[in-house]
Write a protein that binds this ligand. Structure first.
Ligand SMILES: [Zn+2]
Length: 134
């Protein structure tokens, strides 16, 4: 029963993703998402975990019409680079909006949503998506 083992892992990741935890480099000052131990900008390992702002604007987006099989039920969907209030850039799916209504500069906020489902009896993973600010 391989999926039994992965349940606790999914729950652990759920917490991390929901809080939008990123990393901030103490050497070059850049913050990034998701958190990792090595700064993607300067390669420093002097990185601390920080909670990122949950609001930002869409800087760039693309409409995905032919996604990988596991995301088929969501197609077409919008994948965007969201620039958070502190300047951190996050690659995420945009939800709760028609793809043709999305525009660059649109204000969005992070929400906690179903990410993917692994088979009919499989586990459901949750993650961060962004939706337009009402
Ligand atoms: Zn750095």
């Amino acid at each position: 029963m391989a999926y039994m083992r992965s349940v606790p892992r999914a729950w652990r990741e759920r917490k991390i993703k929901y809080q939008l935890l990123g990393g901030k480099c103490k050497d070059c000052g850049k913050s990034f998402y998701p958190y990792r131990q090595i700064c993607p900008v300067c390669g420093s390992t002097n990185v601390e975990q920080v909670k990122l702002p949950e609001k930002g604007v869409i800087e760039y987006f693309t409409i995905v019409r032919t996604p990988p099989t596991e995301f088929k039920e969501y197609a077409p969907y919008v994948l965007a680079i969201v620039k958070l209030e502190d300047g951190t850039k996050v690659l995420a799916q945009i939800t709760d909006v028609e793809p043709n209504e999305v525009y660059e500069g649109m204000e969005v906020e992070a929400v906690f949503r179903k990410y993917r489902e692994q088979g009919p009896n499989g586990i459901i993973e949750y993650g961060i998506k962004f939706r337009p600010v009402k």
